[in-house]
Write a protein that binds this ligand. Structure first.
Ligand code: XLS
Ligand code: NI
Ligand code: NI
Length: 435
């Protein structure tokens, strides 16, 4: 059985190819510096958008054509879907994937039944992974769709919701462990509030920290060695989510003594919703040695929702890949396309077009970022700009060996500050040379 009978494995054909079902930039085995493109980019496709998104919007029903899917909630349908997903991964030549528990398996009528159903699907995934060498980038629990989480999961005013959330995290983490996942994500879709008028923020944040501590504890119990990530997002569906941006997440992790156990999974569209650029969020995470993984997508600047477009802008991708190269590349993380086709792009072949567009743009971004790093002008400029800190006085200040009085004396000795131009436009113009 094949779900995509007319589509061959997608291959690199070079920049002059006019075949829309080919890569023009992504040449998996080509070396960029000391790694292949494949190893730099570590692409992942996500189960929720690729297999489960029916392409509905608030004003219209789903349009996606999925002839392989009988649209039932049966376990048979769920298991068959796995085969389609792996056929897709093979044909698109993507090595990794990500899932929520409820994307892959239906929810049962009890905790026990849900666990059993999840295991049945994981059996099939494990089999297909062995056959195809595909790998799990990360797993997660869906703590936002079910009505029981309407007022929060870990942060719910009802203790029962907290316990159900814990049960799901336990099962999803065990499934991720069994499948050899390199990471596990916490995205707090409902961990925030609609209004402060009915919310005890202090309690809610403490509850969230408790769930995360219990998860760290369970991780050690079962010997799961994957990386834990928090995925920041400021709002949607809530008015405010506690993990609103990288800085808020880092602050939360420090406050509750969790920073050793978590890194961040940064998503472009979420950065924009928070009023930041993606580079801002990546730099904030890198500075804390906490950039783990990336949800590769982009938004639509004119409407301000989490529209999860595929990242097809090579300039944006170049900026992202500059940050990734700067931190020395991914270790456990990768580029997960948390992205969906437009409602108008409803044919199965559009799954290929959208991933190809995203993969080629990211590969293009990688090339640009690598050439900028090789050239070195931008990095040199920034280094030189801070040179005055590199001497003896700078060292003494930064190790805390100077008092305000010492500094006053230094200021008096130094005289006025020799101001230097920041050359922003010159540097932007230089950046453009590499596009
Ligand atoms: C939603 C989030 C979600 C997470 C995984 O906006 O991006 O898809 O990545 O729960
Ligand atoms: Ni995401
Ligand atoms: Ni998102």
């Amino acid at each position: 059985m094949t779900a995509f009978p007319d589509i061959e494995k997608i291959r690199y054909e070079g920049p002059d190819s006019s075949n829309p079902l080919a890569f023009r930039r992504y040449d998996p085995d080509r070396l960029i510096g000391d790694r292949s493109m494949r190893d730099h980019l570590r692409f992942a496709s996500c189960y929720w958008h690729t297999m489960r998104n029916e392409l509905a919007d608030p004003f219209g029903v789903g349009t996606a054509r999925t002839p392989w899917d009988d649209r039932s909630n049966s376990i048979e349908n769920a298991v068959d879907r796995v085969d389609v997903f792996f056929e897709f991964l093979n044909k698109i030549d993507i090595d990794f994937f990500c899932f929520h528990d409820r994307d892959i398996a239906p929810e049962g009528g009890s905790v026990e039944e849900s666990e059993r159903l999840l295991e049945q699907v994981v059996d099939r995934i494990e089999l297909r992974m062995k056959e195809t060498n595909k790998q799990l980038l990360w797993g997660t629990a869906c703590l936002f769709i079910h009505p029981r989480y309407a007022s929060g999961a870990a942060t719910s005013p009802r203790i029962e919701a907290f316990c159900h959330a814990a049960a799901q995290v336990k099962a999803a983490m065990e499934a991720t462990h069994r499948l050899g996942g390199s990471g596990y994500v916490f995205w707090g879709g409902r961990e925030g509030y609609g209004s402060l008028i009915n919310t005890d923020m202090k309690r809610e944040r403490e509850q969230l920290a408790r769930l995360l501590h219990a998860a760290v504890d369970h991780k050690h119990r079962i010997g799961f060695e994957g990386q834990f990530y928090i995925e920041p997002k400021p709002k949607e569906p809530t008015t405010h989510q506690y993990d609103s941006d990288a800085a808020a997440c880092l602050d939360f992790l420090r406050e509750f003594d969790l920073l050793d156990h978590f890194k961040l999974n940064i998503e472009t569209n979420h950065a924009w919703l928070a009023g930041h650029s993606m580079e801002h969020e990546l730099e904030a995470a890198i500075a804390a040695d906490a950039l783990g993984s990336i949800d590769a997508n982009m938004g639509e600047h004119t409407n301000g929702w989490d529209t999860d477009h595929f990242p097809t802008d090579p300039l944006l991708c170049a900026r992202i890949m500059r940050c990734v190269l700067k931190m020395g590349g991914f270790t456990t993380g990768g580029l997960n396309f948390d992205a969906k086709r437009r409602r108008e792009s409803f044919e199965p072949v559009d799954l290929f077009h959208s991933h190809i567009a995203g993969m080629d743009a990211m590969a293009h971004g990688l090339e640009i970022a690598h050439r900028i790093a090789e050239d070195g002008t931008l990095d040199d400029f920034v280094r030189t700009r801070y040179e005055s800190w590199d001497g003896d006085l700078g060292r003494r200040i930064m190790t805390g060996d100077t008092t305000l009085s010492d500094l006053r004396d230094e200021a008096s000795r130094m005289g006025e500050v020799p101001l230097e131009s920041g050359r922003q436009e010159m540097l932007e113009h230089h950046f453009n040379r590499f596009i």
